[in-house]
Write a protein that binds this ligand. Structure first.
Ligand code: MG
Length: 240
């Protein structure tokens, strides 16, 4: 097995792959349908409009940033801190009414391969949804260290800014060229690429895969299972 990043990078030696940074929603948990429906419902409650399909395009933003986009559109200003708290609290409450989001098929088999390669596993999420963050440990026991999780509480600027992924690199103690990101959302892909990291996308939602390519994903897979199935081949193909 080669610990080599599958990337034709410059003229020098290939850097050694040391870490894989995973997004959470739509990558580790099949949670996006519930997120999208919750955002749509809560927006309506506050006299705002966000369709579930629009919610997929905002995936990866912090709750605060998503709320401000709506506030700007309908109120012509940012939401106050209190409005943000109230709206996000209600969104979380709404989300928690949905049945537990299942583990994304293929995610655990990919995690197992990554772990077997001796790579550091980091979670980088825009979410502050405690119900999901705590489920990382119970549903994927042995894969995630609490000190290697970046959530919305850790950064001021969320995705598509590079900050969450830069913090993920810092926590992993590695450089951008020593890591790979696994993302499912266009803004998440943008954030990862802005941080200088090779990015694989799994298109687990309703979006056209082209939006992930346009966002900068170097490779796009139709599902996490497809990415997991292709994983070992990614390394063989580039070291042959
Ligand atoms: Mg996601």
């Amino acid at each position: 097995m080669q610990n080599i990043i599958p990337m034709p990078e410059g003229t020098g030696q290939r850097p050694r792959l040391r870490a894989v940074l995973f997004d959470m929603d739509g990558v580790l948990f099949d949670s996006m349908p519930a997120h999208a429906q919750s955002w749509a419902k809560v927006a309506t409650h506050f006299g705002l409009t966000m369709t579930p399909s629009e919610a997929y395009l905002h995936e990866g933003r912090t709750g605060e940033a998503t709320i401000n986009i709506l506030a700007q559109r309908y109120w012509g200003r940012n939401a106050t801190a209190e409005e943000q708290r109230n709206i996000y609290a209600l969104k979380c409450e709404e989300f928690n009414k949905y049945p537990e989001a299942p583990k994304m098929p293929g995610a655990e088999s990919l995690l197992r391969q990554v772990k077997a390669m001796g790579l550091t596993i980091v979670v980088v999420t825009g979410s502050g949804q405690q119900s999901l963050l705590s489920r990382l440990q119970t549903h994927y026991p042995g894969f995630f260290r609490p000190d290697l999780i970046v959530s919305s509480a850790d950064v001021k600027r969320g995705k598509p800014a590079p900050d969450p992924y830069l913090m993920g690199l810092e926590k992993a103690g590695c450089r951008p060229e020593e890591a790979i990101v696994v993302e499912n959302a266009p803004l998440g892909v943008q954030a990862a690429r802005a941080a200088g990291i090779y990015t694989l996308a799994a298109n687990t939602g309703p979006l056209d895969p082209q939006v992930l390519t346009d966002a900068g994903a170097q490779q796009v897979f139709p599902s996490m299972q497809a990415l997991s199935d292709a994983w070992s081949g990614l390394f063989e193909a580039t070291t042959a």
